[in-house]
Design a protein around this ligand. Structure first.
Ligand SMILES: CC(C)(COP(=O)(O)OP(=O)(O)OC[C@H]1O[C@@H](n2cnc3c(N)ncnc32)[C@H](O)[C@@H]1OP(=O)(O)O)[C@@H](O)C(=O)NCCC(=O)NCCS
Length: 184
């Protein structure tokens, strides 16, 4: 039987459920692996998940909420996102399907957006493979840009997809040799 994946807009009525979702799992490759319930509630109260600039969605498989995606900077021409799949459901294709969905959603709903961006820790192999699988291209490597809660510091990497690549189904890469002719 095919599974059905749907995306449901997050609203204030879902606050308690989101607090339980965020504080009830571990989230490797975020600033901290765990989120305290008070902190999650503060994020909701601050408007991080809704409003003009942000929109968030539950990722639901066969009626069960198995993930959450937050879109940020939607008023800008280059929005960002944060994608979280519940630990028991990782590695089963949900991340790639959700990234494909959110990319289409942003380009369709926001005609002025030219690119969608995402950053992750350099050692987050699953997220880096998800980016590549969905047509995102690495554009940046930031050295020592990702402090972790345990005091270690990691590199981070930046990926993006262009609207024109998404529309044409092609993947163009940055001109990494663009310093030629500048004397560098
Ligand atoms: C990163 C995350 C969103 C990926 O979603 P997912 O559902 O686990 O990934 P999928 O099953 O869709 O797999 C997508 C790709 O990642 C690869 N992958 C999945 N889990 C992996 C792992 N543990 N190690 C290495 N690669 C992995 C898959 O093989 C696939 O690559 P391929 O198409 O080249 O074969 C999810 O694992 C997650 O929520 N992790 C914790 C939070 C996080 O890191 N969020 C990202 C913050 S930017």
């Amino acid at each position: 039987m095919d599974t059905e994946i749907t995306y449901e807009l997050f609203g204030p009525a879902h606050a308690d459920e989101l607090v339980a979702f965020l504080s009830g799992d571990t989230w490797p490759f975020h600033g901290r692996d765990t989120v305290e319930p008070d902190e999650a509630r503060r994020w909701i109260d601050e408007g991080r998940f809704g409003g003009d600039d942000n929109r968030s969605f539950w990722i639901t498989r066969d009626g069960e909420r198995v993930g959450f995606v937050r879109l940020m900077d939607l008023c800008d021409n280059a929005p960002l996102f944060d994608l979280r799949i519940r630990s028991g459901h990782r590695g089963s294709g949900l991340g790639a399907q959700s990234l494909t969905w959110l990319t289409r959603y942003v380009f369709t709903e926001f005609p002025l957006v030219r690119r969608v961006e995402g950053n992750t820790r350099h050692d987050n192999a699953a997220m880096r493979r998800t980016f590549r699988r969905c047509g995102y291209v690495q554009e940046a490597h930031y050295r020592e840009a990702w402090p972790a809660a345990d005091g270690t510091v990691h590199d981070s990497v930046g990926y993006a997809i262009l609207r024109r690549d998404w529309e044409s189904g092609t993947t163009t890469v940055p001109d990494w040799d663009d310093a030629r002719g500048t004397g560098r």
